[in-house]
Design a protein around this ligand. Sequence first.
Ligand code: HSE
Length: 436
Amino acid sequence: MKPVKIGILGLGTVGGGAAKVLQRNAAEIARRAGREIIITRASASDLSKPRLCDTSNIEMTTNGFDIISDPEIDIIVETIGGAGVVKDMVLQAIENGKHVVTANKSLIALHGNEIFAKASEKGVIVAFEAAVAGGIPIIKAIREGLSGNQIEWLAGIINGTSNFILTEMRDKGRDFADVLAEAQALGYAEADPTFDVEGIDAGHKLTILASIAFGIPLQFDKVYTEGITQITRTDVEYAEQLGYRIKSLGVARKTEKGIELRVHPTLIPERRLIANVNGVMNAVLVKGDAVGATLYYGAGAGAEPTGSAVVADVIDVVRALTSDPENRVPHLAFQANALADIPVLDSGDFQTAYYLRLHAEDKSGVLADVTRILADCDISIEAILQKPPAKNETIVPIILLTQVTQEHKLNAAIAKIEQLETVSGKVNRIRLETLG
Ligand code: HSE
């Protein structure tokens, strides 16, 4: 059989990593795909930069549209990132009848509904394993490996930069800003690092995971995102003393009222495997009704790990080139005409437990006032920890863990607690998931 020709848009870290893997493992990949796969063309904005792969047989250009319109190319690999002109490139590639493999989470999260509709119309595949959790084959696992299950919930550490920062803060007592600078220097962080630390990057990935888990359209605009910028070393230490780790989690949960889609710092019991996922590593826990809880762990970023996912998608596309488009695995796991319009819940309807830290006068009746407010709001307390006052201080830190409640009840309780004369400042609130 003739080799399959591919063109890569953006031969940077991920594109270069994918090309390097394709070249190094060419023989093994051909045995798996049933055909040789060769990179004939690639684009980059600066052709003078060194590349991770061998470019001697690759025709390089600064204009990706040249590659998209090349009739010899069957598959376009998009590893530029971002959702501006790249969206036009991907839609044009589909229009030209090319299959597309992309590592672009924001593109899929923001424009995936339109892109998949167009791809179905043209009978081509758009594959996006590399868009979520780098090298972990989580899309394939949920879409195919767990397709017999009703997915109940999933929870993932899906932003390596945030995990790296929280791990360093806990292990080495380092400050937030200092660790973020290192993550940027090491190349983990997004071009705009606020995407990492404010939960946007994880929100993009969660949007995609929720869609394939529950058979709902992609709807990033409904994801609740809260970053890690307000997490202090004090909270990390108190959480530790109570037997918890703080992680930035993306949570998607199906409840009777609808679906929760939320990214936020979360206390997790330290005995859970996922609580011990450190540094830039990613992990996703998926709970299916038949299989129970399953955990997927690995590198969430980096040239070759992400390249591994890109190459797996390329092989999948090659295997499916001659298949009937109607009988391929659906892009979003469920048949396109069977996506359900399940409501995505507002944050007030979230159901979770909470860690609260407040500062109060050290005198009788203060704790009673706080616990009465919680009881009046129908919130049950799981644990209380009162720390000694600092030297020459009369104000003491009080830490409370609640049982699972509804967020609007918790918000009402916090507002009342903050009005107590004996309580100073704001109540610091972090969500808590037992992941049991
Ligand atoms: N900035 C991302 C992260 C890279 O830190 O996880 C992979 O998407």
